[in-house]
Every structure is written in C-alpha cells, then in structure tokens.
Design a protein around this ligand. Structure first.
Ligand SMILES: [Zn+2]
Length: 139
C-alpha cells in the first residue's frame, strides 16, 4: 500500500525503480521525468498489481491450550470451544447461539437416571420399578 502510494507520488523521480534496487533505471527516470511519464505509469500499475497480489498475512487465531482432564468435556468446555470459534470468525453468531441453546438444553446424563434407594443400581428416570431388585421407585 505504502509502496503504491509512494510510486504515485514520486514515481516520476524513479521511486519504484530505486525501491526495486534498479538504480540505473531509477536515475534514468529521474532525468527524464519517469521516462516521459510512461515509465511512471507502468510503475504505478506494477506497484498496484504487486499490492493486490501480495499474499495477505495469515493470522491464526490463538487457541489457549486446554487443561488436561481425563473426564469427558463438560458443557462449559464445549461452550468455550464454540466461543473461540466465534471469536476467530470460524462460525457466525447465529451458529454460536444455536450451539449454546443445544448445549444448555442438553440434559446431563445423571439426570436421566435415578438411583434405587434399596440396592443403589441406576434405573431409568421414568421406570416405576428397579430393574435389579424390583423395588418401587416412585411413591
Ligand atoms: Zn433396586
């Protein structure tokens, strides 16, 4: 960008050629007003094309290392993951909200089971009787 602007401003003095370390041509430009403005025009186009084709710097989103845990990822972990994706622009705000809703509406596994007060085995929450000992789970 800067090179492009400087070429427009000082190209007639051979700026672009000096920038390219072509000192002979730079001097030639300087004494002929950018090769009678034709060379200047060419340089401006060159600088413009160079600016447009230059690869954009790759900015990788910083992802904080997750603390090592043996347990399964919790909803908070999952949510943080999606928050990072949102911040890095990988997902849209709508997608993030959708994921958040999904995660928050997702029932924890423990809530799906009810522990039998007699034998301690886990039973389906909707089960009326314990599958192990047959005791009534609901009053
Ligand atoms: Zn039982």
């Amino acid at each position: 960008m800067l090179v492009f602007l400087l070429t427009i401003a000082f190209g007639w003095m051979g700026f672009y050629r000096f920038y390219k370390r072509q000192y002979f041509r730079g001097l030639l430009y300087l004494f002929t007003f950018g090769f009678f403005f034709i060379g200047w025009l060419i340089d401006v186009i060159c600088a413009l094309r160079e600016m447009l084709t230059a690869p954009a710097p790759v900015v990788l989103p910083y992802v904080a290392p997750r603390p090592v845990s043996n347990g399964p990822a919790t909803e908070a972990d999952e949510l943080m993951k999606y928050k990072r994706l949102l911040d890095s622009g990988a997902i849209t705000k709508e997608e993030y909200k959708q994921k958040k809703r999904e995660l928050l509406s997702k029932k924890k596994p423990e809530e799906l089971f009810v522990e039998c007060p007699y034998c301690g085995s886990k039973n389906d929450k909707n089960a009326a009787k314990c599958s192990s000992c047959g005791a009534f789970l609901r009053s």
